[in-house]
Design a protein around this ligand. Structure first.
Ligand code: NDP
Ligand code: HSE
Length: 436
């Protein structure tokens, strides 16, 4: 083993730049924690001329990732380019050469995790992906190590910084969705394709990764019901607030009686609850374990430096393992590879939740009784109703909050309601949760 641990970075973008800054600025403390110097030996990016705001020697820059992958001196490869290809090829090549790999690529791990995890297992090589979920929050290590003695019954929370940033600004400033998305992109929070953020797909990627570790099972993306924030209007935000609720994009996974429930959707949460106080780019992930009971992990869920903090934590972990030659001591999947087993997924129609319904109605006699009759017929009990004053000739919103009901019944009731002659547009449905 050399006197230093050598790192090759592929991707000198938002997160890559943060990693370079930390490895440079905190080199001393990192060396004292690892026991050897951790040296950034090469950086590959398609563009090596743009000023990234951090000075690096020209000779370590290359446009060709193979200069890192084929360098036998490099111990740890950090993949920060994102997307499926060529990121997967780079990672598989690095693992097959027994290099340690660190990545923040949740899209890759959610869509092709089995291939990547199996490659790490077969090569007995280390794979660190702390930055793939929750930005700077150490959630992966909490699942694989700190909470490894628990049956984890529930994982719930805010898992996408960009959409929380957008919802927060919409709620606080009443501003337009698209302006705020542009701002989140400028801040470096959004994905290269921001539709992954606003359509809930990024949160679903993260939920899939966490379920894999928590439940010892690969969960396909297709098993996660996914709905984003694009259709959330300031009208619903205002009504929600009047009724004591705030709208957040939540990822929700539950495992009860060995059956998994997995969904991402906008959710009304009580305004006084801690989750409603999570603003801007912050994430909060609430876990329930049979021994530990409730735990909440909170911190910045995106952005250059918080995410780089998680990446560097992994580099340090892998560097320590290389020094002691104790690779794969903690399996990447948390469960030992041969102990993982598929679990059934509950269909969305069978989940139970409370619901916020906004019906746009012509203010006529018996509107409320007709709607409540349909809900009653489907076994849905109403918890409260709000109706606004009529404006001449305009449809009025009728807001109904339900008690806990089964999704199938609620969807059929909405179908029936939408056919009524006094309904002027399709009914809006937002699910409700109480997160302590
Ligand atoms: P960026 O787009 O800012 O950076 C990616 C960089 O990789 C770009 O400079 C890009 O160059 C370069 N690149 C692309 N393809 C290659 C290649 N074949 N060889 C060398 N360089 C290449 O992305 P981020 O830093 O924001 O994200 C990186 C990863 O981290 C993604 O997986 C993302 O999902 C994840 N992540 C990001 C977070 C964030 O807050 N930004 C938080 C958590 C995870 P070019 O621009 O010229 O294409
Ligand atoms: N685009 C992601 C987010 C980055 O906004 O949460 C962090 O994973």
């Amino acid at each position: 083993m050399d006197q230093v641990v050598k790192v090759g970075l592929i991707g000198f973008g938002t997160v890559g730049t943060g990693v370079v800054k930390i490895l440079k600025d905190n080199a001393d403390i990192i060396a004292r924690r690892v026991g050897k110097k951790v040296v950034l030996d090469k950086i590959a990016d398609l563009d090596i001329t743009t000023d990234r705001g951090v000075t690096v020697p020209d000779e370590i820059l290359t446009t060709n990732a193979n200069d890192i992958l084929n360098d036998h001196q490099i111990d740890i490869v950090v993949e920060l380019i994102g997307g499926h290809e060529p990121a997967k090829r780079f990672i598989l090549q690095a693992l097959s050469s027994k290099k340690g790999v660190v990545t923040a690529n949740k899209a890759l791990l959610a869509d092709h995790g089995e291939e990547v995890f199996e490659a790490a297992f077969k090569a007995q090589a280390d794979l660190g992906f702390e930055a793939s979920v929750g930005g700077g929050i150490p959630i992966i290590r909490s699942l694989t190590e700190g909470l490894a003695g628990n049956h984890l019954t529930s994982i719930m929370g805010i898992m996408n910084g960009t959409s929380n940033y957008i919802l927060t600004r919409m709620t606080q400033e009443g501003r337009d969705f698209s302006d705020i998305l542009e701002e989140a992109t400028r801040e470096g929070y959004a994905e290269a394709d921001p539709s992954l953020d606003v359509e809930g797909i990024d949160a679903a990627h993260k939920l899939v990764i966490m379920m894999n570790l928590a439940y010892g099972t690969p969960v396909p993306m297709s098993a996660v019901y996914t709905e984003g924030i694009a259709k959330i209007s300031t009208v619903d935000m205002t009504f929600a607030r009047e009724m004591g609720f705030t709208i957040k994009l939540l990822g929700i996974a539950k495992c009860q009686n060995q059956i998994i429930e997995a969904r991402v959707h906008p959710t009304l949460v009580p305004t006084e609850s801690p989750i409603a106080q999570v603003h801007g780019v912050y994430n909060a992930i609430h876990l329930v374990g049979d021994a530990v009971e409730d735990i909440v992990l909170y911190g910045q869920g995106a952005g250059s430096m918080p995410t780089a903090s998680a990446v560097v934590g992994d580099i340090i972990d892998l560097a320590r393992n290389r020094i002691y030659e104790s690779f794969s001591r903690v399996p990447a999947t948390s469960f030992q590879w041969e102990s993982r087993q598929p679990l059934p997924i509950k269909p969305m129609a069978e989940i139970e939740s409370r619901y916020y319904l906004r019906c746009m109605v012509k203010d006529e006699p018996s509107v409320l009784s007709t709607i409540s009759g349909i809900l009653g017929k489907h076994g849905i009990s109403i918890s409260s109703v709000l109706q606004k004053e009529r404006k001449q000739g305009q449809p009025v919103p009728l807001i109904i909050l339900t008690h806990r009901s089964i999704e199938r019944g609620v969807q059929s009731a909405i179908q029936a309601i939408n056919t009524l002659s006094f309904i002027s547009e399709p009914t809006t449905l937002i699910r409700m949760e109480s997160v302590e």
